[in-house]
Design a binder for this molecule. Structure first.
Ligand SMILES: NC(=O)c1ccc[n+]([C@@H]2O[C@H](COP(=O)([O-])OP(=O)(O)OC[C@H]3O[C@@H](n4cnc5c(N)ncnc54)[C@H](O)[C@@H]3O)[C@@H](O)[C@H]2O)c1
Length: 324
């Protein structure tokens, strides 16, 4: 099959492109390299079935020049913990409008990257795809990200009804691993790993009792691939996550990473109050139900957090060594 991957040089995009090529598909990748980088696609850039365009989806007309039966839309602005809410709302909406138009014109299937953040403050865990989406006040800018993704989900579903586009919406739960962004953009794990490697204090936002369920990138991509190619995924929403019993407090994640890297010393931890980010609300527990994707598409997560973290730490050490 022919795929278009938007955000191809980013974390999930680069790993997905590798998987698609390994399965014999043709891939056109697009990325403006604002958050991704060429290093992420160095293994595949000369592959005969891969074409990469260093282009901005909004500022160029690149979407008019490429073709594919499946368009995977992974390009995004993300959680505005410190700033960025305006771009999150506007860029994400503009990009969604462009990809919907493209899919209507070409009859392509749209695979859209949404987020576990859409479940927001819903206290009823584990979250199934039918759960209510419970966001906080609009004065708290972190909700702009979830709002932008929910708005996109609605637009895609409405266009399925009005214009017959074929879609799959995936809600990722904290993915980590090879090619992850090394700043907070990529989530806490890469920042914690860097701090532990340098034997510096790991900064925990809040008291660290908030929990997350992380997903190793190989599991993420395995699940995402099924969503791209299996017809049973059509016009459905799926959580993509690791095993729900891997839920972990952020403080324990920091300690686990420290223990893997520096088993001989006690972890150095520093707590950063939420007030530092202005008005901020965190999600206290984030636990997925993965029953739907397991039962319908035959997905099964393979990687424990400990094994995934060990692989990720190895990758991060090599990356930093090559940068020196
Ligand atoms: N990584 C996760 O755990 C996670 C969790 C929830 C949701 N998501 C969603 O999954 C998708 C992929 O996440 P990721 O972690 O790989 O993010 P990422 O930032 O690493 O990758 C996205 C890529 O899109 C590119 N991009 C952004 N705007 C663009 C534009 N206008 N034109 C061209 N390229 C553009 C960026 O440069 C980046 O390389 C995003 O939509 C994100 O919101 C990811």
């Amino acid at each position: 099959m022919n795929f278009i991957v938007l955000g191809a040089a980013g974390f999930i995009g680069s790993n997905l492109c590798e998987k698609l090529l390994s399965m014999g598909h043709k891939v056109v990748g697009i990325d403006n390299l604002e958050y991704g980088n060429l290093n992420n696609i160095k293994k595949i850039k000369n592959h005969s079935s891969f074409v990469f365009h260093h282009k901005d989806i909004i500022k160029s007309n690149i979407l008019n020049k490429v073709h594919g039966e499946v368009l995977v839309h992974l390009a995004s602005q993300k959680i505005p913990r410190y700033d960025n809410s305006l771009r999150t709302l506007s860029d994400n909406d503009i990009m969604t409008n462009l990809v919907i138009k493209k899919c209507i014109q070409e009859g392509s299937k749209l695979v859209f990257a949404s987020t576990s953040d859409v479940y927001g403050k819903n206290p009823n865990i584990p979250f199934t795809e039918k759960h209510d989406l419970v966001l906080g006040p609009t004065k708290i800018k972190r909700w702009a990200y979830a709002t932008s993704k929910i708005f996109s989900e609605h637009k895609i579903i409405a266009n399925h009804e009005a214009n017959k586009i074929n879609y799959t919406i995936v809600r990722f739960f904290g993915s980590y691993g090879m090619n992850q962004n090394l700043t907070w953009w990529g989530g806490p794990q890469s920042v914690f790993i860097n701090k532990a490697l340098n034997k510096e204090e790991i900064e925990i936002h809040g008291d660290g009792n908030q929990t997350r369920t992380f997903t190793y990138i190989k599991d993420t991509v395995n699940a995402l691939y099924r969503c791209c190619i299996d017809e049973k995924a059509n016009n459905n929403i799926f959580n993509i996550a690791g095993s729900p019993n891997q839920e972990i407090k952020i403080i324990d994640l920091a300690k686990l990473i420290w223990e893997i890297i520096n088993p001989e010393t006690n972890p150095k931890i520093k707590f950063i109050p939420y007030e530092t980010f202005g008005k901020y609300e965190d999600v206290q527990r984030r636990v997925p139900s993965i029953d739907k994707i397991c039962n319908l598409l035959g997905y099964k997560p393979k990687y424990s957090l400990e094994i995934g973290l060990k692989e990720t730490i190895k990758w991060q050490i090599d990356l930093l060594a090559n940068e020196k």
